[in-house]
Each structure stands twice: as structure tokens, then as C-alpha cells.
Design a protein around this ligand. Structure first.
Ligand SMILES: O=C(CO)COP(=O)(O)O
Length: 258
């Protein structure tokens, strides 16, 4: 099996202004050691308005924390009021761009075509997409969660060539587990993450699939992260609420100690 470096990413959502962002990243930098970064990749995903401040801090102090945006425009420039483009994010040295978070699918009408265009926009500008997929509660109750999630995977990666898809990060986030305190069981997470990896092998090939990191997201905390990370096809966590507490996020990064 390929060895995949776990990716622990904090999705701050619409929290922390740029001053709070600076304080928060400083706390993370203080709490994390070189050893942590040898074993785990750590990223923060702040609001757009924080990215310049985070960049300045990371560059100035040569921090090993990576950062990225919570969304990216499908367009590269032009009359798209309110949008933020891939070139803008690349200029800020972002590593990641989240695509298709369930909150954007739910509140901003993002469908498979939009997510697919955003994945391609990220790759056009050297950003790594974190493609979020996962089923709502009614789909889980109907037992169609795997099919639903794989359809989102297919849609997001449509016509994305293998050399790009090899670097994608997939975040399996069951909508019913986001912000609810109701975490999927480790077996639930493993079932869908394994199915995602199997589909990647079908869409591309087995070697590519073994190399792709698949995160779980949904009410991850220091108290449940170890059991989730123990699953063979879970390679990290996309953490919302718990990432806003620096001490808690450091503990999540140190999942092996929990
Ligand atoms: O949506 C999430 C991360 O993208 C998960 O959020 P919570 O960790 O707050 O449930």
C-alpha cells in the first residue's frame, strides 16, 4: 500500500477576522513541533480576507503550516462580482482550494458542473483542490450514500486528466455529521472512503488511487480522531468547529497520541 501523509486541515468557515487569524496561526505554530510536521501535513483554510495575513505570517516565520481558500471561482478574471480567482489565490501562495463543500452546494446552488469547473480552475493555477463529497441524511437513511457520494466524485473529476487527479484530495463529509456533533462511526467513514478509492481506481488506475488522500470530515474532535484515522482508507480530517480552538486542533494533528 502506498504511504500517504495524513492531511489535517482546519476549515474555519466564516469565522476569525484577519487579526484573529494571525493570533490563531501563531498559537498553532507555537503548539506544533517539527516532529508533528514530519508525520502530518497541517493546513488552515481561512476566509479570503485572512489569506494575506496568514501568508505574511507563514512566509515571515517560515512556518510549515500550509493554507488555502474555502472556495475558488471557476473563472480566471472578469466581470464576476464577489468572486475570487485562481490566479489571485496562486499569487498568495495558497496550496489548497476547497471545492464543493456541502454548505456551498446547499446555500449557493453549486452543482456537479460548477464543482467540476472549479476543480479545473484550481489545477489551471497550480492549486490542489480538496473536493468535498458526501450525502445528506435522507440519502443515508435510504441506503444510497455510497452511490450518491460516488456520483459527486465522478462529476467533480469529469475530464480531469490523471496527472492532475493524482494530486487531488477528496474529503468525504456526510452532511448529517457536519456541525451536528454526530460523527460517522469509523466503519461508516471507512465504507465510503474505501468505495471512493475503488472508484478512483476505476476512473484512473490502482496506483493513482492508492496515492490519493481521502479525508473524513464531520464533527471531528480530539476525542474521536484516532478511531477514524485508524481506518485504512482515511488519510486525514477536514475539521470545522474544532479547528477554531488552537489547542484542540493541535491535539487532532497529534491523533496518534489521543
Ligand atoms: O464541514 C466540515 C469541515 O469542512 C466539518 O465541520 P464540523 O467539524 O464543524 O462538523
Amino acid at each position: 500500500m502506498a504511504s500517504r501523509t495524513p492531511l489535517m486541515a482546519g476549515n474555519w468557515k466564516m469565522n476569525l477576522n484577519h487579526l484573529e487569524a494571525i493570533a490563531h496561526v501563531q498559537k498553532l505554530a507555537f503548539g506544533l513541533s517539527d516532529k508533528d510536521f514530519d508525520e502530518v501535513e497541517v493546513a488552515v483554510l481561512p476566509p479570503f480576507t485572512d489569506l494575506r495575513s496568514v501568508q505574511t505570517l507563514v512566509d515571515g516565520d517560515k512556518l510549515k503550516i500550509k493554507y488555502g481558500a474555502q472556495d475558488i471561482s471557476a473563472q480566471d478574471s472578469g466581470a464576476y462580482t464577489g468572486e475570487i480567482s485562481g490566479p489571485m489565490l496562486a499569487k498568495l501562495n495558497c496550496t489548497y482550494a476547497v471545492v464543493g463543500h456541502s454548505e456551498r452546494r446547499q446555500y449557493h446552488g453549486e452543482n456537479e458542473d460548477i464543482c467540476n469547473a472549479k476543480v479545473k480552475a484550481a489545477y489551471r493555477h497550480g492549486l490542489t483542490p480538496i473536493l468535498c463529497i458526501g450525502e445528506p441524511l435522507e440519502v443515508r437513511k435510504a441506503g444510497s450514500h455510497v452511490a450518491h457520494t460516488l456520483a459527486q466524485l465522478d462529476g467533480g473529476l469529469k475530464d480531469v486528466p490523471a496527472d492532475q487527479a493524482a494530486t487531488v484530495v477528496i474529503a468525504y463529509e456526510p452532511v448529517w455529521a457536519i456541525g451536528t456533533g454526530e460523527v460517522a462511526t469509523p466503519d461508516d467513514a471507512q465504507e465510503v472512503c474505501a468505495a471512493i478509492r475503488a472508484r478512483l481506481a476505476e476512473l484512473y488506475d490502482g496506483v493513482l488511487a492508492e496515492g490519493v488522500r481521502i479525508q473524513y470530515g464531520g464533527s471531528v474532535k480530539s476525542g474521536n480522531v484516532a478511531a477514524i484515522m485508524a481506518q485504512p482508507d482515511v488519510d486525514g480530517a477536514l475539521v470545522g468547529g474544532a479547528s477554531l480552538d488552537a489547542d484542540e486542533f493541535v491535539k487532532i494533528v497529534r491523533f496518534r497520541d489521543q
